[in-house]
Design a protein around this ligand. Structure first.
Ligand code: ATP
Length: 286
């Protein structure tokens, strides 16, 4: 039976480390990174309508037309699975935009999963993940979520032990960074501090948060943090305020800190959240 409407959380991701292995002949970069879902999310509401796609989004800088990745996901779903009706999508955005938190990809993933439910199609996640690939390299990961090692262009996924309930403070300084700009400006000669992925993965699998936090590295900081020194500053500030470790997520500019306990994290969050930057107190989840 078809459902009236579906409401779904589109959760953000952080990267617990990123390494760039090489630039491929086709222009894409080969990566090795750890993806982790956090509770911070956009809320997506889907409703079946007669035909077409209607989209409403509460964020002034996110397009409400066919440029929105959630719209593209809905179009793909309607076409591919020959759905005879349309869909209305409401997006309540909380995830900062162009921030390294995969906001667009997670909305697209939520629309694919939500439409599968709305129209009672029973399509397997693995199939939706293959469909989602054309929308963006992070979309397959966002469909599954959790703790994963991502290789290739980010689409070859290996599940790690789920790292749940680690307290995270996220800080997004008031600048937006384009992922394309970061990769264009990546200079392999400037990368000296690469993550040791074996140590990172082993720390996650044995839930040694302290070892993980001390060994997190993101080679994209050589581009983003070199241009915007504020990223180094926020990382240092989070550690001063008790974070076990701190890193830029994705291509930035969001910085996160991992905390041993909620009390220390709350204190850090309250100290840093003075209205200057977007700040979030959240935790890792599936
Ligand atoms: P990533 O970490 O995958 O690089 P990001 O968090 O840096 O992603 P997004 O928030 O996904 O970046 O936004 C990147 C661009 O995509 C913005 O210019 C935005 O206008 C556009 N966009 C299209 N659809 C969406 C959406 N549903 N949510 C957010 N941004 C969207």
């Amino acid at each position: 039976m078809r459902m009236e409407f579906v409401e779904i959380k589109a959760k953000a991701k952080i990267n617990l480390s990123i390494d760039v292995i090489k630039k491929r002949e086709d222009g894409y970069h080969e990566l090795k990174m750890v993806m982790q879902t956090v509770e911070l999310h956009d809320s997506i509401r889907l409703k079946a309508v007669k035909s077409g796609i209607e989209l409403i989004c509460n964020h002034p800088f996110v397009p409400s037309d066919s440029r929105n990745l959630a719209y593209k996901a809905a179009q793909l779903f309607l076409d591919k699975y020959k759905v005879k009706s349309g869909v209305r999508i409401e997006i309540e955005k909380r995830i900062p935009v162009s921030a390294g938190l995969a906001g667009g990809s997670t909305d697209a993933a939520a629309v694919l999963k939500g439409m599968n439910e709305l129209f009672s199609m029973g399509i397997e996640d693995s199939r939706l993940m293959m469909d989602g690939k054309v929308l963006g390299a992070d979309v397959p990961y966002c469909i599954k979520g959790g703790t994963m090692l991502a290789e290739g262009i980010g689409d070859i996924l290996t599940e790690l032990n789920p790292l749940e309930n680690v307290v995270v403070v996220l800080i997004k300084p008031g600048l937006s960074v384009s992922t394309a700009w970061v990769y264009k400006n990546l200079d392999f000669g400037k990368i000296v501090d690469k993550p040791d992925m074996d140590i990172v993965v082993e720390a996650i699998n044995s839930r040694k948060i302290d070892v993980l936090a001390k060994n997190m590295r993101n080679v994209l900081e050589t581009v983003t943090a070199e241009k915007y020194n504020i990223i180094h500053h926020i990382k240092e500030r989070l550690v001063e305020l008790g974070a076990l470790g701190s890193l830029m997520s994705g291509s930035g500019p969001t910085v996160f800190g991992l905390f041993e306990d909620r009390k220390t994290a709350e204190k850090a969050y309250n100290t840093i959240n003075s209205g200057k930057w977007e700040c979030f107190l959240t935790h890792t989840t599936r």
